[in-house]
Design a protein around this ligand. Structure first.
Ligand code: GLC
Ligand code: CA
Length: 536
């Protein structure tokens, strides 16, 4: 099906923490395969998600937990083998679930044979697959570029034997690749073909806006130099980020993808300026299909903030594109913790989910979000990550002793005390759980034409409500989300003074009942209403 991704719901798996098939405390590919029923067993007793994004499982020294890759076309033994990957892909496809992989283009591990060769000899043909420069006159780094990770400091690492520095814009164990080199490009295109020919459905591109660097390696202007990775306007303007040349590189990547049918590119472009962000869709559907909406995943918890984030992007979208809206990823504090979604009786978590699944965008659920997993405090002696992201990467809470469940005594990161309460096992048995609500919401989305591919329009509403309509093929719905901690009032378009409840975040609300404009909407309640025909 062409453009399958437009109506899909994605689910991000962080393989190290999803399901442990062999009990060694680290998640693995057979674990994922064994747990596919949770994601999609073909019935509404599962989430019925359409596509998986797998974070890296390739051979890696694990300095940046898989984002430092030493072989782009193999599986790290800790996660299994290529045969395990083929079995996972096949099992997912048989359920109608597509699989996209993380493609890390900007750097390789310093243990990758390409880098070892480049490092071994200044005259090596692979030397210029990476970015090398002589020291500054004082012997220090060649310029003032900084790593994205505040703990690292300079973006340059000294190679003592050759006396030159090489560029490492993340950790010193991740050497930036030089995309200006045609041989390197060809090699990375081959990496794509390797996985596409195996049947993967596309890629999530890691930091694609960073593939081109200022060729003269000029300093960043002092006013911009100290800005770091996320959500800082100054970052967008640094000399190793979002250069115009990057678009030509992305067109090359897209044309490789298009050698295969029905594949998709989703970009992690952490640029805050919407007009620059949407350029990654290309001038004519020749770059990325989707980018993550970074304004959405950083929004604070208010109707006004989400309305502003959504309105900043949506009007700029070319017709062939869509944003992908995630509430959490492996790089961010989980939304449950950041937005305090579990306060009270968890109604806020249901409201957040209803918003995510009803906007005109592609939702991506971060593993564990469907049961309300929170960030887990990690004591300093167990910390692993250079950028303090362990707390949001802790093992999936399946419920003690169940298939693929992590044993807290061997798990690579700590698990919380309440791991059995906030667990798939417990919530699957409880019709009022967050998991039950996710299943219901996703099942509803699946049969709703307006939500799958309908138009989107804001409804006028009081400031505490996010209110919009979606319509397709003679069916229209209104979505009303009350962000206030007090009741608000239902607002409906004037031509539709009354509507029918399709779904509410409030278990007390009767489905199929009628509500009229002005009726009470409970505190932090979300409602999907079917509008009468006159409103189409
Ligand atoms: C992306 C990844 C992050 C990683 C970085 C370097 O931002 O999401 O986890 O550390 O790129 O590859
Ligand atoms: Ca394991």
């Amino acid at each position: 099906m062409r453009d399958w991704w437009r109506s899909a719901v994605f689910y991000q798996i962080y393989p190290r923490s999803f399901a442990d098939g062999n009990g060694d405390g680290i998640g693995d590919l057979p674990g994922i395969t064994a747990r596919l029923d949770h994601l999609n067993d073909g019935s509404a007793a599962s989430l019925q998600i359409d596509a998986l994004w797998l974070s890296p499982f390739f051979p890696s020294p694990q300095v940046d937990f898989g984002y430092d890759i030493s072989d782009f076309t193999a599986v790290d033994p800790v996660y299994g083998s290529l045969a395990d990957f083929d079995r996972l892909l096949d099992a997912a496809h048989r359920r109608g679930v597509r699989v996209i992989l993380d493609l890390v283009l900007n750097h390789s591990s310093t243990q990758h044979p390409w880098f070892l060769e480049a490092q071994s000899d200044r005259r090596s043909a692979r030397r210029s697959w990476y970015v090398w420069a002589d020291p500054a006159p004082d012997g220090g780094p060649p310029n003032n570029w900084l790593s994205s990770f505040p703990a690292v400091g300079s973006a340059w690492t000294l190679d003592k034997p050759s006396g030159q520095y090489f560029l490492t814009t993340f950790t010193p164990a991740q050497a930036d690749l030089n995309w200006h080199n045609p041989e390197l490009r060809k090699a990375m295109h081959e990496v794509m073909r390797f996985w596409l020919a195996r049947g993967v459905d596309g890629f999530r591109l890691d930091v694609p806006h960073r593939l081109a660097k200022n060729a003269a390696l000029r300093d960043n202007p002092p006013s911009l130099a100290a800005a770091r990775r996320f959500m800082h306007h100054a970052v967008d303007r640094q000399r190793h980020i979002d250069l115009p040349e990057v678009h030509e590189t992305l067109r090359g990547i897209r044309s490789v993808l298009d050698e295969f049918e029905d594949r998709v590119l989703l970009g992690e472009v952490t640029i805050t300026d919407p007009s620059r962000l949407v350029r990654y869709f290309g001038d004519q559907d020749d770059e990325l299909h989707m980018v993550f909406d970074v304004l959405f995943w950083n929004s604070e918890w208010s109707a006004a903030a989400f309305r502003a984030a959504i309105s900043a992007i949506d009007p700029l979208l070319p017709p062939w594109s869509l944003p992908c809206r995630a509430l959490s990823t492996h790089d961010h504090v989980r939304a449950t913790s950041r937005l305090r979604l579990l306060e009270g009786d968890g109604r806020r978590a249901r409201l957040a989910a209803m918003m995510q699944m009803t906007l005109r965008s592609v939702p991506c659920i971060y593993y564990g979000e469907e049961i309300g997993m929170t960030d887990v405090p990690v004591p300093p002696e167990r910390a692993k990550d250079v950028d303090r992201r362990d707390a949001n990467r802790t093992p999936m809470q399946w419920g003690s002793g169940t298939l693929g469940a992590f044993d807290p005594s061997t798990a690579w990161l700590p698990m919380p005390q309440d791991r059995d309460r906030i667990s798939v096992l417990r919530q699957a048995a409880d019709p009022c759980s967050l998991l039950a609500f996710y299943r219901q919401l996703l099942a509803y989305r699946r049969r709703s034409n307006p939500l799958q591919h309908g138009s989107f329009a804001w409804l006028s509403s009081p400031p505490e409500l996010l209110a919009y309509s979606r319509a397709a093929e003679g069916t229209a719905i209104a979505v009303l989300l009350n962000f206030a901690r007090h009741p608000s009032r239902v607002v409906l378009p004037p031509e539709a003074p009354s509507a029918t409840v399709e779904l509410s975040t409030d278990p007390g609300r009767a489905m199929g009942s009628a509500v009229a404009s002005g009726a009470l909407l409970a505190a932090e309640e979300g409602l999907i209403l079917r509008l009468p025909c006159a409103a189409h």
